[in-house]
Design a protein around this ligand. Structure first.
Ligand code: BES
Ligand code: MN
Ligand code: ZN
Length: 493
């Protein structure tokens, strides 16, 4: 989809429809009013008879048939009351309007930038771009039938005031890059387990590096053994697929490194502690964290952010077999910590442990890991927010702020030392599960990770937010790309 910002007169657009945003129970103002005058009051009439009032989520199609006016259709998208405005409401309205045009089979949509929204125009421009680009995302790689019926918007022109066009252009371009990276993350993550193997994912990371300008080093099994990552390797043991440890590096300046770590389980069956078959197919998305790291690296490099950024993504499958790890096995992580594997389904923390130790060598000023780590986090926060935990109040607060702005919601959970008791093992330093009942499971998993960090660190448990089981306002079913917008929002300042 091509996006452009236009300072021309929207009534002269060649687009097949124009999309107007409208606050609930308000009259037309600004450019909307100007458009309505050109359309001889046809929009005003719809508002007047209250067929459309601008409720959040409301859509209305006005068909235009006027001589000497090119505009054929106006799509009205409700944004709800002005006093309850949020950027997420605009994202939702933009997505709805764009999808409506797309589903009509239209190719070119003009959008009037909502200049009168009560926040900075750069923010509305970005939110509007996100709604359009994330909301119209579709994953249809594997459909072989009716491909000719797949509908896509080819271009979107955003119209605004002449004196605002520069700022809006900048914001739209920035958001477009972030959305492309988010949709790349979704593509990678939606890849099924038989294709999206560790080897394939490593190759995709290399491709992203080539395209966007960051270095990628891929370590195979022998090298991972050489680095003594036996915690990571204990998960890979049951699979015939070779594990891969991917190191990405982008240096756009910046003294101290920031490291992003992503859990990359390309399929999580649970291993010998096998999962029930119901919903197991969703465990192809257990590589969400790693995919978000590849996306964030891509965006940061494409945007040339002045940072030294490292991405670490350990990839492996977690499968049962004669060579798989067994409950009760003890292994040593690369820092020498001994771990009793009480449950082979708590594999995420085992692969992250070695990646977090690896991060130490950069003496980073911040490390952020993203992982679909625990079902307990889904119980606590559902599909609305990610669990946010860490050892550094300043970093936690930074992420929390970025979360509010970006729409990737996070909620802080404590890592008090009392929780540390729960991962003590009888025969090793620690065990990979907390209490048998799974109490505070998201926290005890993070307490496990905490054993492997010696730097400012934040852990995001994205088990509930990394994919959608049903349509959301601007994030369709499947992988959401959670974390890319959040990380870039945090890294940009
Ligand atoms: N990948 C799962 C966590 C998960 C579950 C993510 C549901 C998304 C949806 C993880 O590897 C896992 O299996 N965790 C276990 C840990 C337990 C054995 C301590 C869990 O949450 O049940
Ligand atoms: Mn598991
Ligand atoms: Zn898992």
């Amino acid at each position: 989809m091509k996006l452009q910002v236009n300072a021309g007169r929207i009534e002269d657009t060649s687009a097949e429809a124009i999309l107007l945003f409208h606050f609930k129970d308000e009259t037309l103002g600004g450019l909307s009013k100007h458009v309505d005058e050109k359309l001889k009051g046809q929009i005003g009439a719809v508002l007047k008879n209250r067929e459309f009032i601008g409720k959040a989520g409301q859509l209305y199609l006005v068909s235009i048939n006027l001589e000497k006016i090119g505009i054929k259709r106006v799509i009205l998208a409700g944004m709800g009351g002005r006093n309850e405005f949020t950027l997420d409401k605009l994202r939702g309205a933009a997505s709805k309007g764009a999808n409506y045009a797309k589903n009509l089979g239209l190719k070119h949509l003009a959008i009037l930038h909502p200049l009168e929204a009560p926040v900075a125009i750069e923010e509305t421009a970005a939110a509007l771009t996100e709604g359009v680009m994330l909301g119209t995302y579709q994953y249809n790689k594997y459909h072989t039938e009716e491909r000719s019926e797949i509908k896509t918007l080819d271009s979107v022109s955003i119209y605004t005031d002449v004196n605002k066009v520069k700022n809006i252009q900048k914001a739209v371009e920035f958001a477009e890059t972030v959305c492309n990276a988010t949709n790349l993350t979704r593509d990678l993550n939606n890849e099924p387990g038989n294709v999206g193997t560790p080897t394939y994912m490593a190759k995709m990371a290399e491709e992203a590096g080539k395209k966007h300008g960051f270095k990628v080093k891929v370590f195979g099994k022998n090298e991972i053994e050489g680095m003594k990552m036996h915690s990571f390797l204990s998960v890979a043991k049951g699979s015939v697929q070779e594990p891969k440890f991917v190191v990405m590096e982008y240096n756009g300046g910046g003294k101290d490194a920031i490291v992003l770590v992503g859990k990359g389980i390309t399929f999580d069956s649970g291993g010998i502690s096998i999962k029930p078959s119901r919903d197991m197919e969703k465990m192809k998305w257990d590589k969400s964290g790693a995919c978000s790291v590849i996306g964030a690296m891509s965006a940061a490099a494409a945007l040339k952010l002045p940072l030294h950024l490292i991405g670490l993504t350990p990839f492996t499958e977690n499968l049962p077999s004669g060579s798989a790890s067994k409950p009760g096995d003890v292994v040593y992580a690369s820092n020498g910590t001994s771990i009793e594997i009480q449950n082979t389904d708590a594999e995420g923390r085992l692969v992250l442990a070695d990646a977090l130790v690896y991060a130490q060598k950069y003496k980073p000023k911040a490390v952020i890991d993203l992982a679909t780590l625990t079902g307990a986090c889904v119980v606590a926060l559902g599909d609305v927010a990610a669990g946010l935990m860490g050892n550094d109040e300043k970093l936690i607060e930074k992420i929390r702020k970025a979360s509010e702005k970006s729409g990737d919601k996070c909620w802080h959970l404590p890592l008090w030392k009392e929780y540390d008791e729960k991962i003590k093992s009888d025969i090793a330093d620690i065990k990979n599960v907390g209490t048998p009942g799974g109490d505070a499971g998201a926290i005890t998993a993070a307490m496990f990770l905490k054993r492997f960090v010696n730097y400012p660190w934040v852990h995001l448990d994205i088990a509930g937010t990394a994919w959608n089981d049903y349509e959301k306002p601007y994030l369709t079913k499947g992988a959401t790309g959670f974390g890319v917008r959040l990380l870039i929002e945090m890294l940009r300042d």
